[in-house]
Design a protein around this ligand. Structure first.
Ligand code: AMP
Length: 542
């Protein structure tokens, strides 16, 4: 007869993370640059107390367990308090990306049926314009104090500081099963409407254990972590939960994403770990080069969301002495899936080979199973050569989209198709070659647009590069390289192609190079290939 273990039931609720931080690391700081233009220094204990006040205030507004509460906010202490407060009273914290088009924001808030919207001062005009389209919002909470409330607004605004001011900072959390929803985030939806991913308490807590591991984000109590990645981009990659789990110091730049501000905050707060998408780091490296500044005492930068080019990894490591760790994941994966920290064997390799590995997206984290399949669903070998669709499975990976959108999304064995195309080498290092929709099919073979981009960006004079497939009468599709020149550069197409010679396979060589002033990006900083393909629709190769 099967017996069960004899251990305690201890539901994995996200409020346990902040309770732990308050009790064991209560005075560990949380520093924010706010929308009001100043710096606020608080700590885990105060943030926990204020999160409880948020929970009480929401109860009084009539919010019930399972209801969605939206946030349109930057990374600040108030956003963290709201986040924990919302899920701590049983509701679902729905982080909305303010960089989406207004129509998409309205669609998302209506689809989620958000009952309350918390938002930053920077979004007053946006929310006023959107309000007539927001069908379910009953209360608008402005994340500020009385002194900064607008003199007049078309909305009946609640002042955040006044709303929570009189509430009980010792109030109890709402007991919820660990499988209950705690957060909601919509995918960027490059085609069709965005789809919602509803995280459970359990998924978030398990993901926090995973994120803190030494080989993953290595977040310890002594760490000082700056998530430049916003909370609306897949929970800031889980950092506000993971930092609470270990009591790390948390630093947030609010509405500031410019390199000078981030660099000075890194130095002033002695940040040891920071995380962001490559576009942020492109700007940072240009800033450091132009000013001769450095990032001391930063130890590690985690880059994800899009592939980190080799030149970026080399610059951080060689010029600035900062360890670069590549991470891959998705909104659908809470979001971490793989991490590029070096294995014991890799540490014995020559430097060049180590960088080769660092360019890959890394090995699966415990809790995430990876598998490659071909178009017929047959598993492909882990030989670092065969590339196919990347499937994932695990306790923090989506099982279905919110409200069942998109229907059945797992195969019969429970695997989720990431939409990415990848290789996995015998050491377990996975490398993304493309989104399946962006892969270039030339003469029946696949060309990796990402790999060409990442090499092209290393060419002197190139600021940004994107590769798309354009029609070709014989080969079906051929690569077109689209380039933004660095300021003042006169680099030519021939020079760039010359640079690529010997660095990529001959038949991957772009058939043409076009220079542009800007390359379209999505709301989470990825190159918008769909828009770029539209821009070059009908492009005639010579
Ligand atoms: P999002 O849900 O917005 O974070 O987007 C997830 C997608 O971003 C993944 O499916 C990948 O296509 C892409 N992505 C995330 N991290 C990386 C990475 N390190 N390298 C290449 N692509 C990435």
């Amino acid at each position: 007869m099967m017996t069960s273990g004899t251990m305690q039931e201890w539901p994995l609720n996200v409020w346990r993370l902040i309770d732990h931080a308050a009790q064991n690391h209560g005075e560990r700081e949380i520093v924010s640059l706010t929308c009001e233009g100043h710096e606020v220094r608080t700590d885990w204990r105060q943030v926990q107390g204020r999160a409880k006040q948020v929970a009480e205030a929401l109860r009084k507004l009539g919010v019930k367990a399972g209801d969605r509460v939206g946030t349109l906010a930057w990374n600040t202490h108030r956003h963290i308090e709201s986040w924990y407060g919302i899920s701590g009273m049983g509701a679902v914290a729905h982080t909305i990306n303010p960089r989406l088009f207004e129509e998409q924001i309205a669609y998302i808030a209506n689809h989620a049926e958000d009952r309350v919207l918390f938002f930053d001062l920077t979004f007053v005009k946006l929310v006023e314009a959107l309000a007539p389209k927001l069908k379910t919002i009953e209360h608008y909470v402005l994340l500020t104090d009385r002194a900064h409330m607008p003199a007049d607004s078309s909305l009946k605004l609640i002042c955040y500081e006044e709303m929570i001011g009189g509430e009980d900072a010792d109030a109890a959390w709402t007991a919820m099963p660990e499988t209950a929803p705690s957060g909601l985030c919509y995918t960027s939806g490059t085609t069709g409407n965005p789809k919602g991913v509803q995280y459970s308490h359990r998924a978030n807590v398990l993901h926090s254990y995973g994120a803190c591991m030494g080989d993953v984000l290595d977040i310890r109590s002594r760490a000082v972590v700056l998530p430049v990645v916003p909370m609306y981009h897949a929970n800031a990659w889980g950092v506000p939960y993971a930092a609470a789990a270990t009591g790390a110091k948390l630093v947030m730049c609010g509405p500031h994403f410019d390199a000078p501000t981030i660099a000075s905050v890194i130095r002033k707060e002695e940040v040891t770990l920071t995380l962001a998408v490559p576009t942020i780091w492109l700007g940072m490296l240009q800033h450091l080069e132009a000013t001769g500044a450095d990032l001391k005492p930063l130890e590690r930068v985690v880059i994800g969301g899009s592939a980190a080019p080799r030149s970026m990894i080399e610059a951080f490591e060689e010029k600035y002495g900062v360890d670069v760790c590549h991470a891959w994941g998705m909104t659908e994966m809470t979001p971490l899936g793989t991490i590029g920290s070096l294995s014991a064997d890799a540490l014995k390799l020559p430097r060049e080979k180590q960088i080769d590995l660092k360019c890959k997206q890394g090995r699966g984290i415990f809790g995430v199973e990876l598998k490659l399949v071909d178009d017929e669903g047959r598993e492909l070998p882990r030989d670092g050569v065969a590339f196919g669709r990347l499937l994932v499975r695990g306790p923090w990976i989506v099982a279905s989209y919110f409200k069942g959108d998109g229907g059945e999304i797992l195969d019969k064995d429970g695997w989720f198709d990431t939409g990415d195309v990848a290789t996995i080498d015998p050491g377990g290092y996975m490398q993304i070659t493309d989104r399946s929709k962006d892969v270039i099919k030339s003469g029946g073979e696949w060309i990796s647009s990402i790999e060409i981009e990442n090499i092209a960006i290393g060419c002197p004079g190139v600021a940004e590069a994107a590769v798309i497939g354009v029609r070709h009468p014989k080969w079906d599709e051929r690569p077109l390289l689209v380039v933004i020149r660095k300021e003042g550069s006169v680099v030519t197409a021939a020079e760039i192609l010359e640079y690529l010679q010997g660095r990529i396979a001959k038949w991957w060589m772009p058939d043409a190079v076009e220079f542009v002033d800007s390359i379209p990006h999505t709301a989470t900083g990825k190159i918008q290939k769909v828009a770029l393909r539209e821009q070059f629709a009908g492009y005639q190769l010579a």
